[in-house]
Design a binder for this molecule. Structure first.
Ligand SMILES: Nc1ncnc2c1ncn2[C@@H]1O[C@H](COP(=O)(O)OP(=O)(O)OP(=O)(O)O)[C@@H](O)[C@H]1O
Ligand SMILES: [Mg+2]
Length: 212
């Protein structure tokens, strides 16, 4: 028995958490056992690592940061994701290895090939069956994330960073079209949810037991 592994990726405020909650509700309504989890911080160890890596007062060098994310991910895969998949559950994670690759691709602080090897080591061969990349203009995402009008006040440098993150995610999707589904995340919650539904449902056919 093997479940279904789904990751959601995309920049700040694109709607990952919102769409994951909707998808999980819908799948549970159809009788699937669903685990919703996140990176960084999907385990007790991960919560500690998240606190260290996202601490605005602490200084973490780029290689150390990459290793902290990798440690979080490895422990997450071993203690949460693999056992749930082995039990036939649907696992939905809010960010996974592609976030490390995309954000690092923007920072350019580390060698991309080494980062990919580190990610491979961390995931232990476990890549999602489907990765939903929610894609929207960062102005829209940041406005959503920070509340009405805040997007207008984002400094140019900040916006350039978020545009580069978006481009890095789209680049990753282009490199792995069998795994990625790029979902247009503009439009209403319902419209985006419908696009997610189309992307996910064809993967449910292989799951035993539940109705779609
Ligand atoms: N399609 C949409 N239209 C309008 N508002 C939306 C849409 N999707 C999400 N939102 C709103 O935008 C805000 C950010 O959404 P959400 O928290 O799901 O994004 P996220 O990708 O998880 O962000 P983060 O990267 O910060 O965790 C929330 O207030 C949410 O209700
Ligand atoms: Mg979120």
């Amino acid at each position: 028995m093997h479940g279904l592994f789904i990751s959601f990726e995309g920049g700040e405020g694109v709607g990952k958490s919102t769409q994951i909650a909707r998808l999980a509700d819908r799948l549970r309504g159809h009788g699937h056992e669903v685990i919703v989890t996140l990176e960084p911080g999907g385990t007790p160890l991960g919560t500690e690592l998240r606190r260290l890596v996202l601490n605005p007062d602490g200084h973490v060098t780029p290689r150390a940061e990459a290793l902290l994310y990798a440690a979080d991910r490895a422990h997450h895969v071993d203690t949460v994701i693999e056992p749930a998949l082995a039990a036939g559950k649907v696992v939905i994670t809010d960010r996974y290895a592609d976030s490390s690759l995309a954000y690092q691709g923007v920072g350019r602080a580390l060698d991309p090939q080494q980062m990919r090897e580190l990610c491979e080591f961390a995931v232990g061969g476990r890549w999602p069956e489907v990765t939903i990349l929610l894609d929207v203009d960062p102005i829209v995402g940041l406005r959503r994330a920070r509340g009405d009008g805040a997007g207008d006040r984002i400094e140019a440098e900040g916006l350039e960073f978020h545009k580069a993150v978006r481009a890095a995610f789209l680049d990753l999707a282009g490199q792995d079209p069998d795994r990625f589904v790029v979902v247009d995340a503009s439009g209403s919650l319902d419209e985006v949810a419908q696009r997610v539904r189309v992307a996910v449902d064809r993967h449910l056919e292989s799951l035993p037991g539940a109705t779609r």
